[in-house]
Every structure is written in C-alpha cells, then in structure tokens.
Design a protein. Structure first.
Length: 219
C-alpha cells in the first residue's frame, strides 16, 4: 500500500478555459482527470480500511476541494476533523510551521487518514505526523492529491498519491497563491505576470505561498 502508484504521465493537452486565460498559463491536471483519479484513490482507501472506523484528518486550507470530493466516494464509517497549519514562508527563511487549529477528535487507538493537498519538501507532513503520533493512533496513512518528489528534504512518503508532478508551482482545486485561485476547478500553472504583479505587502501573513514571494518555487 505504501507509495500507491500515482496516475502518471499527465496528458497536458487541455486548453485553458477562456475566462481563466489571463491568469493561467496552462492546465496541468484537468477536472475530469482529477475526478477519475479520485474514484480510484477512494476505492484503494476503502479496500485498506474495512476493519476499523477511520478518522480522516485534513489539513486546512488547501484540502477543501480534494477532501470534499474524496470523502463522498468513501462508503465507510468515518469521522472527519481538521488541523490548521500555515507555513510563514513569506516572511521567514525557516518556513516555520504554525498550527492555527488543533485536532478535536480523540484518535487514540484509531486508524487515521491524514489528507493534504501537496507533498513538497515534506516539512508539513513530517511535523504533523510527529504531532499525531504523540496521540497514539493505531496507524496513520497519508493521502495527498499531488506529490513533488524532486523537492523533498524530509524522508516522507504518502500512501495514496493522486498525481506526481514536476517542480512547478501549481494553483487551483484548493491550492492558492496568496490565498487566490483556490476556486479554479483544475490544477494549473500561473501566468508569470500574476506573481510578478502581486506585491508581498498585499499578501496576508499566514499565506502558505511559495518561497520566497513573489516568485513561485520551481519557476
Ligand atoms: P511542504 O511542507 O511539503 O514543503 O509543503 C506543503 C505545503 O506547501 C502544501 O500544503 C502547500 O500549502 C504548500 N505548497 C507546496 N508546493 C505548492 C505548490 O506548488 N502550490 C501551492 N499552491 N502550494 C504549495
Ligand atoms: Mg497546505
């Protein structure tokens, strides 16, 4: 189960919808492909979690769309909770993580599915895993929509991966740039002028934006 095969390669041929052309350079993963992949991921998760009630722990805010679409395909008894985590990479070199919302449910002895939008350096997931492990769950599996293995600095692997992507900064389907673009229905790459025009002063402190702003990582 560890390192479930992501859905690669990406076809990358979808045209950017007219209304987003000014902001999005290209569609990396179209909504139809996301939907198809989520059904497969959900069936894998379901297969692996037949025995014990699951606690799904999702990291805010980037997982909103992914989580909502994923859990509606899970025909399993489960409980849902959230951890708020922000990386203050816009303002500090360290990429220090700040927890903005703590877990409410008791996960002791439970099976936990930790859901995040993207696994990049691995700092976020490894910090959250460390925190969750102290609560003595029975097991923790990690599920991410996107994986950028080339950026990893911590030895973290996900058990369920939607798509492995190259080192580009992506937005949409919940992922933001300076809190914008979460509502795009697909995963896309921004037009360079967007991050050149956005000034750091206009960006909220808690953004989990690329480092350093305003130039996205990997570009
Ligand atoms: P890590 O701690 O693994 O370096 O980064 C995880 C977090 O950084 C993700 O939850 C996400 O908030 C942010 N992140 C990393 N790469 C990207 C990206 O390409 N696009 C966006 N929008 N956020 C990213
Ligand atoms: Mg995030």
């Amino acid at each position: 189960m560890r390192g479930s095969k992501p859905n690669v390669p990406l076809t990358n041929t979808t045209r950017v919808p007219t209304r987003w052309r000014g902001e999005v350079e290209r569609v990396l993963i179209p909504r139809s492909e996301i939907a198809r992949r989520l059904r497969v991921m959900a069936s894998e998760i379901q297969r692996d979690h037949q025995e014990n009630e699951l606690v799904v722990v999702s990291l805010l805010n980037g997982t909103v769309m992914f989580l909502a679409d994923l859990v509606r395909h899970l025909s399993l008894p489960l409980r849902l909770d959230f951890i708020g985590v922000s990386s203050y990479r816009a303002n500090t070199e360290s990429g220090e993580l700040v927890f903005t919302k703590e877990l409410r449910l008791d996960v002791r002895g439970r099976d936990v599915l930790l859901v995040d939008d993207i696994l990049d350096t691995g700092k976020t997931i490894s910090s959250v895993l460390e925190k969750l492990s102290k609560l003595s769950p029975r097991r923790i599996n990690v599920c991410v929509l996107l994986d950028k293995p080339s950026r990893r600095v911590r030895p973290v692997q996900a058990d369920y991966i939607g798509f492995e992507i190259p080192d580009v900064f992506v937005v949409g389907y919940g992922l933001d740039y300076a809190e914008r673009y979460r509502n795009l229905p697909f995963v896309g790459v921004l037009q360079p002028h967007v991050y050149k025009e956005l000034h750091v002063s206009a960006i909220p402190e808690s953004t989990s934006g690329p480092e350093p702003l305003p130039s996205p990582a990997g570009l």
